[in-house]
Design a protein around this ligand. Structure first.
Ligand SMILES: [Zn+2]
Length: 236
């Protein structure tokens, strides 16, 4: 074994120890620091919660402008997941089952921050999550499991929701999209998604529409109508 191989083995064994979460990484010796460090590989940004959504959505045809808003809900139940809510909604007479497009788990009956995808998303059909069917037609419904009127969502639910909103906004809907919470769509009928829903934090991801630009002075009120210079023909 030559000196370079020995150093490489030493470096690799140190790297394995460094992966352990319980021990501090060993401080490299002066000898080790002489080993050439390979050029770092540029990786894509980390996708922590939306991996599954991305895989499924990449196979769908989402028409630009198909969706005009995203409406957030809570389930008002401590327990549950997409499957249990689907059953419940079918019992209530919804032939397409689960009224939302996505359900974000709280760690009780699905993973903490797990994003479950509804068949409505896969089929790209309207939701059933607000009263006005014209709104259901154009609004993606996202539900956080939990009673957020009594308890905050988990950190993972918030992080998953943010990642999902940004993904939908930037990579899926293909047009400007509005953000709403359920009680803004149905103010008389619900407190959904509850007082602990981080409304402003999520709304801040969606810039308000720009104020209308002042119109340039019209020809009647300001400068006289422009006079057009005669078109010169190029000499032959
Ligand atoms: Zn709701």
């Amino acid at each position: 074994m030559n000196k370079r191989s020995a150093l490489l083995i030493l470096a690799l064994s140190t790297a394995v120890v460094g992966c352990s979460t319980s021990s501090k990484p060993a401080r490299p010796s002066i000898e080790q620091t002489k080993i050439e460090v390979p050029t770092p590989v540029v990786t894509k940004p980390t996708v922590r919660y939306t991996q599954n959504v991305r895989e499924v959505t990449s196979k769908l045809k989402v028409l630009p402008g198909r969706w005009k808003m995203i409406i957030c809900h809570h389930s008002a139940l401590v327990k549950g997941n997409a499957a249990t809510y689907d059953k419940e909604h079918r019992k209530r007479g919804m032939e397409n089952g689960l009224a939302y497009h996505f359900v974000i788990g709280n760690g009780v009956d699905s993973g903490d921050g797990e994003i479950e995808i509804s068949s409505r998303w896969i089929k790209q059909i309207k939701g059933g999550h607000v009263r006005d069917d014209a709104v259901n037609e154009v609004a993606i419904g996202i539900c956080l499991v939990g009673n957020l009127d009594e308890k905050k969502p988990t950190d993972n639910q918030i992080a998953a929701l943010k990642e999902l909103l940004v993904y939908l906004r930037d990579e899926v809907v293909g047009a400007p999209i509005l953000f709403k919470i359920h009680c803004e769509a149905d103010p008389q009928h619900t407190v959904c998604p509850g007082k602990h829903f981080p409304t402003e934090e999520m709304r801040s991801l969606f810039a308000p529409p720009p104020p209308p630009q002042p119109q340039p002075a019209s020809a009647n009120t300001a400068s006289p109508a422009p006079r057009f210079a005669p078109v010169r023909r190029a000499a032959k």
